[in-house]
Design a protein around this ligand. Structure first.
Ligand code: FES
Length: 236
């Protein structure tokens, strides 16, 4: 008997957890996440192995446009497989990604077992802190997510691509709650220490163009930042 695990590849699938659980319930399978969701793929594989499951099939799920490729699923699973103490279960990975609820049976047609020879988690290319000019923190806390910050993050990524800005120019990072929830969706830009509220996708595109490329913060959406007197803080 093979246990099926749907693996959410990006933050978007964390938001769709219940929907994915309903899809995989037909196969008595479970859901895990490659990033930012619980259980992690690593934890779910360990739980299944500890429960004596001998065959596991992983299906990567991407419901949006931005997610790591299936090779990352193989890479992470292979790391777990190599490190697992004792005899690991057979782990196979669907070669295609599930992109909507109807895909699952189709995607399950072609799977490839993990061999342990997949690329490792580290690479010389990921040794140094990148030299990006700006880092954009897009809030994916509960309120911002409810008000569409998944679309905000996507709009930043696509617009920056269009403007030919790479990770070495602008790094996009999705975060938990950044605090001014009433102003959701919230985005902060560092090292400029500029905070924005109400960042719908069209606003994200304007910020990308005006602020991140042309260095002109978008005042209409800027949030006031309470200043902190470090001297006073140190004394108190
Ligand atoms: S959820 Fe985004 S600032 Fe709180």
């Amino acid at each position: 008997m093979t246990h099926l695990v749907l693996v959410g590849m990006s933050v978007r699938e964390v938001d769709a957890r219940q929907r994915l659980a309903a899809v995989v319930a037909r196969h008595e399978g479970t859901v895990a996440f490659l990033q930012m969701g619980d259980p992690s793929l690593h934890r779910e594989l360990t739980r299944l192995a500890d429960a004596g499951v001998e065959h596991i099939t992983l299906v990567g799920v991407s419901l949006g446009t931005l997610a790591p490729a299936t090779s990352w699923l193989r890479r992470i699973a292979s790391h777990w497989w190599r490190e697992h103490p004792g005899e690991p279960p057979v782990v196979a990975v669907a070669t295609a990604m599930m992109r909507n609820d109807l895909d699952l049976d189709l995607v399950l047609d072609v799977t490839r077992p993990i061999s342990g020879t997949e690329a490792p988690l580290s690479s010389a290319a990921w040794e140094a802190v990148p030299g990006h000019r700006h880092q954009v923190f897009v809030c994916r806390g509960p309120r911002c997510t409810a008000l569409g910050s998944d679309k905000t993050a996507e709009a930043f990524a696509l617009e920056l691509m269009r403007l030919e800005q790479s990770d070495d120019d602008v790094l996009i990072t999705q975060t938990g709650c950044q605090f001014p929830c009433n102003r959701a969706p919230v985005v902060s830009v560092q090292p400029d220490d500029v905070w924005y509220g109400g960042v719908a996708p069209d606003v994200a595109r304007t910020i990308a163009h005006d602020h991140l490329v042309n260095h002109r913060p978008v005042e209409a959406h800027r949030l006031p930042r309470r200043s902190v007197d470090l001297n006073t803080q140190e004394k108190s």
